[in-house]
Design a protein around this ligand. Structure first.
Ligand code: AN7
Length: 369
């Protein structure tokens, strides 16, 4: 077939994923007539991990959220939040962020022609995320404080000035983010026995639980997974039960001391028979490296917390034999190559530094052939 423009089109068209709002609109609690501002987020791969399946004696899948348009799971909630903000007449949007929320908000705000304002903790944002926010046109305001200070300021700003708050305290965000649970079930045919994931501000674990509960109510799953959330040891308020006034971790995405969705997250853990645990930065960086080596999946440090948690539990004698497990890996490794390479070097790795003359013998020698 040839169209008027002279471009030939295939006779059979494959379905092109429309983004999470159009794929799941009837299941989302947002105003029905909200036009979708979308970069066709979601529809991310559920990748079988041979490495972790062998280690556990179970079946482990990774929900690879780094494959979203801006490289993290945040795009699911952001398409919803920006669509609703635009529809309601907002002209400016604000968020506090450890990096990924700001990158996502800036991209969707650009698409929606809104003015994005981001508040980030000074000096603690991975370079890739900062570059995204800047290039998408955000006003990036660095705060001499941590994420929790930024979130307080973002709330105060939105309360007093004409700017819409799109952090996950905005319930529309969780409506978008819960679609990841739908996708997992739609792909596997049922929920898994366990779902493991990193936890920072605790919106994601809360959203997954919303999604699983909704599918259970609709009779689309026969069981709900046990939810296990993993925090960095230096920022683990859900484990200790107390806010951290000075959270510290090299997994900067989850450097959060007082999670906004604390209560919802505790509910998810309690109702699912799950729990929270902490993992050290050393374990997080080791898991990031092993995941890249064994599975070909490159994630940012925070995103490896769920895998680090699984490995730690196996060492502690926990059994996952015969179980099905999903681990969400939340953001792409290219977001923060500096920390990745530091972790690699600390693990004894050598970054390639041989420079050879342009002759095959020299290349072969350098390659150890
Ligand atoms: C890669 O961008 O909070 O528990 O401001 O970027 O839902 O907060 C990021 C969080 C995990 C934690 N993995 O998710 C922000 C921000 C990555 C992240 C989390 C974040 P939540």
């Amino acid at each position: 077939m040839t169209s008027a423009s002279g471009v030939s089109s295939p006779a059979v068209r494959t379905h092109q994923w429309r983004g999470v709002i159009e794929e799941y609109r009837e299941l989302l609690d947002i105003p029905a007539d909200t036009p979708a501002v979308t970069l066709r987020e979601g529809g991310t791969p559920l990748v079988h991990s041979e490495w972790l399946s062998e280690l556990t004696g179970g079946q482990v899948h990774l929900k690879v959220e780094g494959d979203n348009p801006t490289g993290s799971f945040k795009d699911r909630g952001m398409t919803a939040a920006i669509s609703v903000a635009k529809h309601q007449g907002a002209q400016a949007v604000v968020c506090a962020s450890t990096g990924n929320t700001s990158a996502s908000m800036a991209a969707y705000a650009a698409k929606a022609r809104l003015n994005p304002i981001v508040l980030v903790p000074e000096g603690k944002i991975a370079a890739g995320k900062m570059a995204q926010a800047i290039l998408h046109g955000a006003q990036v305001i660095m705060v001499k404080g941590n994420f929790d200070d930024c979130l307080r300021l973002a709330k105060e700003l939105a309360a007093a000035y004409p700017v819409a708050l799109v952090n996950s305290v905005n319930p529309v965000r969780l409506q978008g983010q819960k679609t990841a649970a739908f996708e997992i079930v739609d792909f596997l045919g049922d929920a898994t026995d366990y779902h493991l994931l990193p936890v920072g501000n605790a919106g994601n674990i809360s959203a997954y639980w919303l999604g699983y509960q909704q599918y259970a109510d609709l009779g689309r799953i026969t069981r709900k997974p046990v939810m296990r959330g993993f925090q960095a040891a230096g920022a683990s308020p859900l484990v200790t039960g107390e806010p951290f006034p000075d959270p510290e971790t090299r997994a900067t995405a989850i450097r959060i001391g007082n999670p906004a969705s604390w209560t919802l997250a505790e509910k998810a853990a309690a109702e699912s028979g799950g729990r929270f645990a902490s993992v050290t930065d050393e374990r997080i960086l080791a898991a990031q490296l092993e995941l890249a080596r064994h599975d070909g999946v490159f994630v940012e440090p925070a995103s490896a917390a769920g895998v680090a948690g699984l490995l730690q539990e196996l060492e502690q004698g926990e059994s996952y034999t015969g179980s099905s497990i999903v681990i969400t890996v939340t953001g792409h490794g290219l977001k923060d190559t500096a920390t990745a390479l530091e972790g690699f070097a600390e693990a004894g790795g050598t970054v390639v530094d041989d420079v050879v003359v342009p002759e095959v013998a020299a290349v072969a020698e350098a390659a150890g052939l």
